[in-house]
Design a protein. Structure first.
Length: 210
């Protein structure tokens, strides 16, 4: 709660620009929880400092621009960018290789899931850029779809809980659980889709062999 209050105080002084800037830095790997930053943005809207609907769009813009820059680094500089101090400290070779293998298997769906995984988000988006398997437009659409689930949850939770921080923190924990459930359902649905698709493709082969 103390960290949330600190962010709220900072955001009250500098408004949309502060929220926007912090969210972009989150994309670079700043050790600040994105969900708490978005919630704090919602809180200052609930306290009357900003408009909550504008804050939602500011949140979306900050999140997507930060993510897009990481993707751009990967697509334009490839593994050479890993020599940069900030990336070198955040993306270890083992983690990079692991994300690469997952991306080869599942493609853009790794980007979707990565949006909800703070510790892996940056390595996943960077790897998406280096892979050459996904265009920037497709990356942006996939990331934007995922962000359209999480960003409004945090911003509007902050807005409605602005006058009761204790209750708000309970809502934040429930929101984290809700997002986890949504992502799990989407991932399970995708895996079932892949399984059915693979099974249907194997049926004609079995018929021909007979």
């Amino acid at each position: 709660m103390d960290f949330l209050q600190t962010l709220v105080t900072f955001f009250m002084q500098y408004g949309y620009f502060a929220v926007f800037g912090v969210l972009i830095l989150c994309g670079f790997g700043l050790p600040v929880p994105e969900d708490i930053s978005l919630t704090a943005g919602g809180v200052i809207s609930g306290l009357g400092y900003t408009n909550v609907h504008v804050m939602f769009f500011v949140g979306m813009a900050g999140v997507l621009i930060g993510d897009s820059f990481v993707f751009w680094l990967g697509s334009h500089y490839g593994e050479r960018a890993l020599k940069l101090p900030i990336l070198k400290s955040l993306i270890h070779p083992e983690r990079f290789e692991k994300v690469q293998s997952q991306f080869k298997k599942y493609g853009k769906w790794v980007v979707f899931v990565g949006r909800f995984m703070p510790g892996l988000r940056m390595p996943i988006f960077f790897t998406a850029g280096t892979s050459g398997q996904i265009s920037f437009i497709r990356f942006l659409l996939t990331d934007g779809f995922a962000a359209s689930i999480s960003v409004p949850i945090w911003v509007y939770l902050g807005f409605y809980g602005a006058h009761n921080f204790d209750e708000l923190m309970k809502w934040v924990r429930q929101g984290q659980t809700a997002i986890l459930v949504i992502v799990t359902v989407v991932v399970v649905g995708f895996l079932i889709f892949l399984w059915k698709k693979k099974r249907n493709e194997s049926k004609p082969e079995a018929t021909i062999s007979q």
